[in-house]
Ligand binder design. Structure first.
Ligand code: AMP
Length: 214
């Protein structure tokens, strides 16, 4: 099973994708996570992506597709993949079509998490992430036990540079302009596209996703 979790930044793709990956034994492939790792490592890709990400813009399609291809041809992807934050443009969707055809892996479905913009701004501006293990918190709705410290590993929590208010607004605009239209590509090619209300408790959203996929 290969599926796409689609939706604006802050819709819960990471949280829901991780839970689904665990339940169905799939690999969650988050291009955002891979890019942040490249930035941390200071690789050539990371150096090229860093400024673009901080501005809330999209990293060039060829870099993203090369990164995805590398994972898809590896053993990691053998049990099936949940794409999180990819594809984000028509060119990425076409590139993914070609890649999946080459690998003879049909796309199972696209699941869209729907969340209104004002909810997203609240979620992202209060989001804090662990610098060590990647655990995610929210200052109001899911705070750590000790302010600024990860419950799981004790490392410092930080706000992602692209979760600053101006950048959040830019990321949302980029989503509406360049990413949301990608859904038309899947609807036109007959792929199953399911829409789920993402503005609910994590467990309720997850229950709907599990039902859809079971
Ligand atoms: P995310 O964690 O998915 O919200 O991604 C964080 C940032 O990484 C985005 O705002 C983009 O700058 C970049 N990024 C992640 N995935 C992609 C992608 N598929 N195409 C282009 N840029 C991406």
């Amino acid at each position: 099973m290969d599926l796409i979790l689609f939706g604006p930044p802050g819709a819960g793709k990471g949280t829901q994708g991780a839970l689904l990956a665990q339940r169905f034994g799939l690999h969650r492939l988050s291009t955002g996570d891979l890019l942040r790792e490249a930035v941390r490592e200071g690789s050539e890709l990371g150096r090229r992506a860093q400024g673009i990400m901080a501005a809330g813009e999209l990293v060039p399609d060829d870099l993203i597709l090369a990164m995805v291809r590398e994972v898809m041809v590896s053993d990691t992807a053998a049990q099936g993949v949940i794409f999180d934050g990819f594809p984000r443009t028509d060119a990425q969707a076409s590139g993914l079509d070609t890649l999946l055809q080459d690998l003879e892996r049909p796309l199972t479905a696209v699941i869209v998490l729907r969340v209104e913009d004002d909810v997203i701004v609240d979620r992202l501006s209060g989001r804090r992430a662990c610098t060590n293990c990647g655990a995610v918190y929210h200052v109001d709705t899911d705070p750590p036990k000790k302010d600024g410290t990860c419950d799981r590993c004790g490392a410092a929590l930080v706000q992602r540079p692209d979760d600053a208010p101006d950048t959040i607004r830019r990321r949302l605009a980029v989503y509406r302009e360049q990413t949301e239209p990608v859904l038309a590509h899947y609807r036109a090619t007959g792929t199953q596209v399911h829409e789920v209300d993402g503005d609910r408790q994590i467990d309720d959203v997850q229950a709907d996703l599990v039902e859809l996929l079971s």
